[in-house]
Ligand binder design. Structure first.
Ligand code: SD4
Length: 350
């Protein structure tokens, strides 16, 4: 039965009385108007720690006047094309069937556009395919074989992304999966990687234009067809040219439910600094986490990092546990900075 406005108000009142809704809804914060053309800020690039080389490349490009999205995509391309980074692009760890499938998304603040690809095979630079979706189609997200076909039509060259190193890691993982299968077990001293990686990068130029990008091979050994948070606009990355940008790496399943990157930007829009905004996002993620992924002390059993910057060049990284770092480049040059955190490592459930 349709709910009348009267019923709705009555229910809302009951929920407010029970503490589920604020008693009086606060006024919505106004969306800041676009800054004037003579706005002068601080150019800055932030990324996950594996973006240390990339933030310098991106920073130099945006300071030289290049578009912020082109700058950060050039930055993440370094990791996508590096076969030693097994969390992204060429050499990324494959799914359970030994197939490398990649996810990526990007946003361009000045033109308020976004593009993404998910579960794409054979193309080493999905960040550029995401940008091509943004630049050349009326859509935001292409997936699977059709995303691959689109990329080839756009001039990308397909290649085998499974390096010998990642193939060996996959064979070891598979051999250990089931003691009763027909695969001989590897020597027990060989360490199996359960990689979580990914690269997220965000940039703001001196005139306050913002962009964000995230690219990944996703969770190692995932169920074929699995898509993580990286290609989901508002989860893996988000940017609003009036406020700032944010993105994430780590357990995408945890982030998707909190729309973490969007939430971080919304918290910054409401006036929080980037560090406080990201810590609040992390708290929201934990509040949305199912019991099986929490320890008896309520602490998460997974890793998830967030990164953010504001239109005026402030930045932060944050995570649940002490010890993680993120990459930044501004006028002080490229460097790793410690992430803010909620808990000591000793509080992590064993
Ligand atoms: C994902 N956030 O696919 C990405 C990559 C990752 O563990 O680090 N996965 O969820």
């Amino acid at each position: 039965m349709p709910t009348s406005r009267r019923d709705f108000l009555h229910t809302a009142g009951a929920l407010a009385a029970a503490g589920f809704l604020p008693r009086s809804l606060p006024a919505m914060p106004s969306v800041p108007s676009p800054v004037s053309p003579d706005f002068r800020g601080r150019p800055c690039v932030v990324a996950s720690a594996n973006g240390l080389r990339g933030v310098k490349v991106a920073y130099d490009r945006i300071v030289a006047g290049e578009d912020p999205l082109d700058g950060i995509i050039a930055g993440v391309n370094i990791q996508e094309l590096d076969p030693e980074d097994q969390s992204v692009g060429l050499g990324g760890l494959p799914n359970a069937e030994g197939v490398v499938t990649l996810d990526a998304s990007c946003m361009h603040g000045p033109t308020r556009r976004a593009g993404a690809v998910a579960c794409i095979e054979d193309i080493a630079t999905p960040s550029l395919v995401a940008k091509a979706v943004m630049d050349y189609t009326d859509h935001v997200l292409l997936v699977g074989p059709q995303a691959r076909r689109f990329a080839i039509e756009m001039g990308f060259t397909p290649q085998n992304l499974l390096t010998e190193k990642s193939r060996q890691d996959w064979l070891r993982w598979r051999a250990r999966l089931n003691p009763n299968d027909m695969y001989l077990d590897y020597d027990g001293t060989v360490k199996i990687k359960f990689h979580t990686g990914t690269i997220n990068m965000n940039a703001v130029t001196a005139n306050g234009d913002i962009a964000s990008v995230t690219t990944t091979s996703g969770m190692a050994w995932k169920v074929p067809g699995r898509v993580g948070d990286s290609p989901i606009i508002g989860a893996g990355q988000y940017c609003d040219n009036t406020v700032g940008a944010a993105g994430s790496t780590g357990r995408g399943e945890a982030n998707i439910k909190a729309c973490g990157a969007f939430l971080a930007v919304e918290f910054m829009r409401q006036g929080l600094g980037p560090e406080e905004a990201l810590l609040r996002v992390m708290q929201r993620v934990i509040a949305m986490t199912e019991d099986r992924l929490l320890g008896p002390n309520g602490r998460p059993r997974f890793d998830l990092q967030f990164y953010a910057l504001t239109k005026d060049g402030r930045f932060a990284g944050a995570t649940a546990y002490e010890g993680a770092s993120f990459a930044v480049c501004d006028e002080q040059g490229p460097r790793l900075v410690k992430c803010a955190y909620l808990f000591k490592e000793s509080e992590r459930p064993r």
